[in-house]
Design a protein around this ligand. Sequence first.
Ligand SMILES: [Zn+2]
Ligand SMILES: [Zn+2]
Length: 839
Amino acid sequence: MADEKEQLRYDPATIEQKWQERWAADPALYAAEPATSNKPKYYVLEMLPYPSGQLHMGHVRNYAIGDALARQMWMRGYNVLHPMGWDAFGLPAENAALKNNTPPREWTLANIAAMKRQFKRLGMGFDWATEVTTCMPDYYRWNQWFFLRMYEKGLAYRKKSKVNWCPECATVLANEQVIDGRCWRHEDTKVEQRDLTQWFLRITAYAQELLDDLDKLDGWPEKVRTMQRNWIGRSEGTEVDFLLENIDPSAEKKRIRVFTTRVDTIFGATSLQLAPEHPLVAEFCATDSGLKHQIDELLAEQKKARETGDLGAIEKHGIPTGRFAINPYSGEEIPIWVANYVLMEYGTGAIMSVPAHDERDFEFATKYAIEIRQVIKPVQDEDGAKLLPFISEDGVLVNSGEYNGLTCAQAQQKLQQVAVRDGFGEAKIIFRLKDWGVSRQRYWGTPIPMIYCEHDGVVPVPDDRLPVLLPDEIEITQQGGSPLARVPSFVNTTCPKCGGPAKRETDTMDTFVDSSWYFYRYTDAKDSKAPFDPAIVKYWFPIDQYIGGVEHAILHLIYSRFWTKVMRDLGLVENNEPVERLFTQGMVIKDGAKMSKSKGNVVSPDDMVARYGADSARMYSLFAAPPDRDLDWQEDGVAGVSRFLGRVWRIVTKYAPIARNGGAQKIGPPTGLSLKLLRKLHQTIAKISLDFEGRWHFNTDVAAIMELVNEMQNADAQLTAGEIPAPVVRELLTNLVLLLAPFAPFLAAELWEELGGEGAILRAPWPKSDPGLAKEDEIEIPVQINGKLITVVRVAADADSKSIEAAALASEKVRDRTAGKTVVKVIVVPGRAVNLVVK
Ligand SMILES: [Zn+2]
Ligand SMILES: [Zn+2]
């Protein structure tokens, strides 16, 4: 019999190869039906990978989650769109070109081919007919097209400004790509500041809407919404003009505009502080070289603090200018200072300093012995001076002339009205969010479709001359500046307006432009006339479920929301938001640290697949932790899942002959062991079905399937003896395999065939739990007295409060404990617990 045992070995390599070939030969299997389908639609999407050439375990987990969901929705009869593509532009391709002397395009396409093989080997159910590769002209031409539409609407513009520069990337970065003063790609590289003329997208035009609509995104994790709210950073306040007290009394007085959220404290302003880069500071310096020297020092300190990302903790340093400004409400002259913690890009670059009611101002005034004047008194506490700085808005005004006695809220309103009436100020809302700088001094990106002509200035490339192709013939070097500027055949062109000689823009677009709208393209990936057909997008959008890493919370996830709103205003889409529900999965770590080459703790998916099979690698990545938590990779765990799948394989193949015969037979209601097994089955179906609705604790789902298989194994003797009727065996095995299908698709397909299942298991209906069968006869209910667990009583599963209370009071242990005492209160939670309050 040794031979037979030998044959009964689960062999994932053979099974998975067989099904990989079958699926490859059937491209319709994972294809969505057209938008005319009468099935309900479901668009499930995982964030597209950068084609580095190798999937990592984080990818496997991300895609195993999305693929499980897609498969379950297919089985539930939905028209599922589950596409995949490549975020294919970006710096690594240029670095690889330098290192290996391979052109970026060649390197990228080879990587894509390699990763696509890995995806197929893992059995991911993607519709490859809708594949999007962002470095291909048929895709990036639409980046250019969108850019031109934004330019027409004033949403794309060019300006000289201070920008973030990563020396390692040798390019500009957007604010969102600077994390704690370092490059998002190079955690060890400090970002520098440079003055450059750059293209910007006016995301700030949508700041308010981006903020407001976060409230509607109920299907998003709260932490992502909070991160976006903080990033957008809305402040409501008042802008007020102070007049500059002139040295020359005959000259016209200059205004210094400040922004404050607390205009009610303005009588407590004892100095005005300017950012070192405020234009007025340059004027002061022009006639005072000593001052200029000191200001340069402040600038250097600010630059350093920016680079360490620690502006908030900067050692406060200020310089008095010897000039004064006039408070428009009181006429008081207050000294003008320049301070290293005041930023030109926030508000107006000038603030009023109210040390009695602001932590930072208090610290500054204490350091430089500037007057601290209390103008808000706490409502409760008469002796408020001890509390300074007093920050709360819960107070009334003092030392504020005619406004004394007003509450802070009243004063804010009143003082703002006065400023508007008398023409020295206005209500103002400011945002922390800045416009998105999209110019990159790199080669491997979308060329910005702009032309510079000596006569006509900036001229957009006409639509009929799109795409502006990225030239293939280019030498990648480490020289500074845009590589495209060194390709004369690219740079030199003719002006679309006057036909004269002109030069092309040589910067390329930030690659986050590519990912801002790629998921629309999936719905109509071959369209050569438009980015997509709005009618098709209308059917599929918004995305029902998006899955990816939380590291994109204020990068991709804010840019793509902006892009959707722009497309809506261009009349291309009707949805206001791209994504209905968002899920951010945890990281895959090993030995307590994120997997990385430098730590030498990288686990290769290929390795795992070769050793245990794709099903085991996938299922383990779902089983080892809840999907939203970090997963600590343990190879023992993968081996364990592989052994479990081996048991499933043996049990199903062993009893498949009985099950195949059990189709048409009719039997009465199940009893005994049959009932016990069916009850477990239907409880498992109910649990997993519910979990797929949004909880996604796939780890507990896999555990539930394991329990079910255990019970079936425990009944091995009875199964072998034929004591379980064939229709019951059939029901058990068929449903077990169906439940397994989203998690271990290869094995499920194989066993489905073994059981004589019709067609693809992906099209078989998802099992339905029979509540009658799932219901327990009796359940155990814990009984507590004064919060302490005393005993457990058995009651009918559907027992009502009255009978549960009766059972509890009748229990011997409860009678012992309550003897001679009074039961004051009985609280029954049906199906869960009984609590007695006894005195
Ligand atoms: Zn960098
Ligand atoms: Zn011209």
